[in-house]
Design a protein around this ligand. Structure first.
Ligand code: SF4
Length: 285
């Protein structure tokens, strides 16, 4: 049976209501009186002149925040040693996405969002065999593109991006992939990461690709304290020599996949361990 509210449990007032007569306020119930007595009995005794301590369980006054340690830019000698180790480790590093021309690399990079390169490489041969250029992709039916790329995930959004991007390539660039960051990022579905992949790997124009691996490793290696991808990109451009920008991204991506994994990096087997401050690493193998 539902519990009644205190107001409804109140005994009916049989006294006659007269104008000007005010009904007395309800006195606190026995339960409340007992609880107040118990609180008073357990209250800590406070010496006169001293402030009472807050009761246990309640928030105490906050400790002042420790000042953040200022980020110290990496020493050039340490950066050079890291680059030398990575170059030795991955001498043939390049993009894992199969492609024959800039358009294929652009489409493959769009498909690689939230998907493995191996999965993309299974899908793109079928896609490019049926739609070999930007014009055919721009005029392709959306459900057909979706069906081919379904296994890469987010296929509806990716198909829309591919179709719209190719339509813009046809309308503004004669069906060719432009060679500047501004023109590339103006295309639908193309951000700085995709643009840097295309500029670096299709045209040899230097740029730092910042994906999840590059962002994570750059922080752990103490190369930057930035968290935002664009800020990481600019910070790395300042500490890495320009002629290494393209390969450096490949090195960090490979090292992130093979050794410096997100959850438990394999620091005990890492060649960079003597050079790495392991910033933010709480557990390793
Ligand atoms: S030492 Fe550990 S944290 Fe540093 S790069 Fe190697 S695996 Fe990553």
């Amino acid at each position: 049976m539902p519990r009644k509210s205190p107001r409804s449990r109140r005994k009916p007032d049989s006294s006659q209501r007269l104008p000007g007569r005010v009904r007395p306020r309800a006195a606190p119930g026995r339960g409340r009186q007992r609880a107040a007595k118990a609180r008073a009995a357990h209250a800590p005794k406070v010496a006169p002149g001293r402030a009472a301590r807050p009761p246990a369980g309640r928030a105490r006054t906050r400790r002042p925040l420790r000042p953040r340690r200022a980020f110290v830019a990496p020493e050039p000698a340490r950066v050079a040693a890291i680059l030398a180790e990575l170059e030795k480790l991955y001498p043939d590093a390049t993009t894992a996405l199969h492609h024959r021309n800039p358009l294929q690399l652009l489409i493959a990079t769009i498909l690689s969002a939230q998907c493995t390169d191996a999965r993309v490489n299974l899908v793109t041969p079928v896609l490019f065999a049926r739609y070999p250029d930007a014009a055919s992709l721009a005029s392709a039916s959306l459900p057909e593109i979706e069906e081919i790329i379904r296994s890469t995930g987010f296929f509806h959004a990716k198909a829309l991006s591919i179709q719209a991007c190719c339509a813009e390539l046809v309308a503004k660039h004669g069906g060719h992939v432009p060679r500047t960051m501004e023109e590339l990022t103006a295309l639908r579905g193309v951000g700085r990461k995709t643009a840097n992949v295309v500029l670096g790997n299709a045209f040899g124009i230097p740029g730092v690709v910042v994906d999840t691996h590059v962002g994570r490793l750059a922080g752990r290696l103490g190369l930057t304290h930035q968290r935002d991808a664009v800020k990481i990109e600019h910070a790395l451009m300042e500490v890495i020599p320009r002629d290494r920008w393209i390969r450096f991204s490949h090195w960090l991506i490979l090292h992130g996949r093979e050794t410096c994994q997100a959850r438990k990096p394999r620091c005990s087997a890492c060649v960079l361990a003597p050079l790495c401050p392991r910033t933010g690493v709480t557990a390793s193998q």
